[in-house]
Design a protein around this ligand. Structure first.
Ligand SMILES: Cc1ncc(COP(=O)(O)O)c(C=O)c1O
Length: 391
């Protein structure tokens, strides 16, 4: 017999001291709040286990154990093996690092595809390689509803394509990408599938092995953890690339070769707590609640709001990019802030997406992101404010 336990958003919110205030947090795409368990784990490490690695005393042994455990929890979260995990300062930092190591195998004229849905952190590392090595960068188009144009992707592949870099979900308009389809296309051309899972990670399970991606990077601060980056790379690739590393640092596990210097041990403790927190809720409950709130938002949008991107919850995560007609994005965000509603405005580093939307790249658009700790009441407050701003 299967039972479905009702999702109790109030009980969830009670686990976050940070949510005990009137501010409605629709800024998850820029970073989520941390449950107290994450904060306590960070403080607990510093209180009880703080040391460097590899020494024969209690706190150092604890630190070694913590790092091993963090790799296990990352592997479970990403759907890979422990040795395929690398921690780093941020997705951007890890992406420059891994792409640089891989680039030692690139030659002038080799091609890399990125998409118009990408955050610049998944574009700029390849742009720099275009300057440094003379690789060719191509950008995959979008449909008018801001879905990825898979036909265009296929057309742009060639026997020189070495990488297809893409987002699992877009941090701007919320489009979800058909990962298996992109991976299949990339592999059919003999290219690596290089996934940016930063925006997707708080919204659903990642399965690097089943998806068959070659590289995948995300950032725990977007999924209730601390400011940190975590990467997956297929073992045979990580083993074949020559890392930028200091000589005495270990070569095992293979992912650790891409971790520079002493790690942020306390943040790894927070990361473990964040993954445990998500496990305690389960993805089914998270995705169901987010979907309900997304549908509520879309159903209640007033006519004076121009929504960019997919008009229903099909093919997207609940991240909404829009404009209030007659107001600049900055003015809209400011007015919402005055009502204790936290949203972003601007381009959120999704430069090509903004150009494709035809909006001013500096002003961009307003972005409201829903995560599992948001409530129906908060969505209603946001909608009521937008109704009031309508001309
Ligand atoms: C889709 C996406 N990719 C990459 C990044 C960069 O992540 P990080 O801040 O960890 O470098 C962000 C940050 O907002 C993002 O939303």
């Amino acid at each position: 017999m299967s039972t479905t336990v009702a999702y109790d958003v109030d009980a969830v919110r009670a686990r976050f001291s940070a949510l005990q205030r009137p501010l409605a947090f629709f800024d998850g795409p820029g970073g989520t709040q941390c449950p107290d368990a994450v904060i306590d784990a960070i403080a607990g490490y510093l209180r009880e286990s703080n040391a460097n690695v590899g020494a024969p005393y209690e706190t150092s042994r604890r630190t070694d154990a913590l790092i091993a455990h963090a790799r296990e929890r990352a592997a479970a979260f990403l759907g890979c093996s422990d040795e395929e995990v690398a921690f780093g300062p941020s997705m951007t930092g890890l992406n420059f690092l891994l792409s640089r190591a891989f680039a030692r195998t690139l030659r002038a004229g080799d091609e890399v595809l990125v998409t118009k849905l990408d955050h610049d952190a998944n574009v700029a590392p390849w742009l720099e390689l275009q300057l440094d090595l003379g690789i060719v960068l191509r950008t995959v188009e979008l449909t008018d509803e801001m879905a990825l144009d898979y036909d265009d992707l296929e057309r742009q592949l060639s026997d020189r394509t070495r990488v297809v870099a893409f987002p699992v979900a877009a941090n701007s308009v919320g489009t979800a990408v058909d990962v298996r389809r992109v991976v299949g296309l990339a592999h059919s051309a003999g290219a690596l599938a290089w996934a940016d899972a930063v925006h997707y990670a708080p919204h659903g399970p990642i399965d690097a092995a089943a998806w068959d991606v070659d590289v995948l990077i995300c950032s725990p601060y977007k999924f209730y953890g601390p400011h940190l980056g975590v990467a997956f790379g297929k073992r045979e690739l990580l083993a074949s690339w020559r890392p930028y590393k200091v000589r005495p640092a270990p070569n095992e596990p293979v992912g650790s070769r891409f971790e520079l210097g002493t790690m942020q041990h306390e943040l790894l403790a927070g990361f473990v707590a964040a993954v445990d927190y998500i496990d305690s809720l389960g993805w089914d409950a998270i995705t169901r609640h987010e979907r309900e709130l997304g549908e509520r938002f879309l159903a209640g949008l007033p006519a004076g709001i121009r929504l960019y991107g997919l008009p229903t919850m099909a093919g997207r995560v609940p991240t909404f990019c829009f404009d209030v007609l007659g107001l600049t994005p900055q003015e809209t965000a400011k007015r919402l802030g005055e009502r204790d509603i936290a949203v972003w405005w601007g381009n959120y580093y999704a430069l090509e997406t903004m150009k494709r939307l035809g909006v001013d790249v500096e002003q961009g658009a307003v972005r409201a992101g829903i995560v599992h700790y948001n409530t129906a009441n908060e969505v209603d407050r946001l909608l009521a404010a937008l109704h009031d701003f309508e001309i």
